[in-house]
Ligand binder design. Structure first.
Ligand SMILES: [Cu+2]
Length: 117
C-alpha cells in the first residue's frame, strides 16, 4: 500500500512538472526594422496579426542606425535606440489589447499593430 501511494505521488509530481514547464515556455517572435524603410513582427516566418495573451520571447533585429523598433501596448513600452544596430532579445508578457510597433523617426510609414486576445 505504501509502495503504491509512493509510486502514485511520483507519477503526479512528474505530471505537474511537465505542465509547469509547458506553461512557462515562451513563444518566439521576431521583430525586424531596416535596412530599408520597413518594420515587421513575425511568428514562424508569418506576419503577426493576432496573438494569445501570455509570455513571448521577441528577438529584435535592428538592421539600421537610422531606424529603431518600438513596441507599445498594455503594460509594455520597449524600444531599441535609433543608432543601435544588432540583435536584442526581449522577454515580455502580452496582455489583452492592441499593441503597436513603430520606428520612431518614421512612425508615419514604418508601423504595424496586432491584437492580443
Ligand atoms: Cu525608421
Amino acid at each position: 500500500m505504501f509502495r503504491m501511494s509512493l509510486a502514485l505521488a511520483a507519477a503526479l509530481m512528474a505530471v505537474s512538472v511537465a505542465v509547469a514547464s509547458a506553461s512557462t515556455t515562451a513563444t518566439k517572435l521576431v521583430g525586424t526594422d531596416g535596412p530599408g524603410f520597413t518594420i515587421g513582427l513575425t511568428k514562424a516566418g508569418k506576419k503577426v496579426t493576432t496573438l494569445k495573451a501570455g509570455k513571448y520571447t521577441i528577438t529584435i533585429r535592428d538592421k539600421s542606425n537610422i531606424h529603431n523598433f518600438h513596441l507599445k501596448g498594455p503594460g509594455l513600452n520597449k524600444l531599441t535606440s535609433v543608432g543601435y544596430v544588432g540583435n536584442k532579445t526581449w522577454t515580455v508578457t502580452l496582455k489583452k489589447g492592441v499593441y503597436k510597433y513603430v520606428c520612431d523617426p518614421h512612425a508615419s510609414i514604418m508601423k504595424g499593430s496586432f491584437k492580443v486576445t
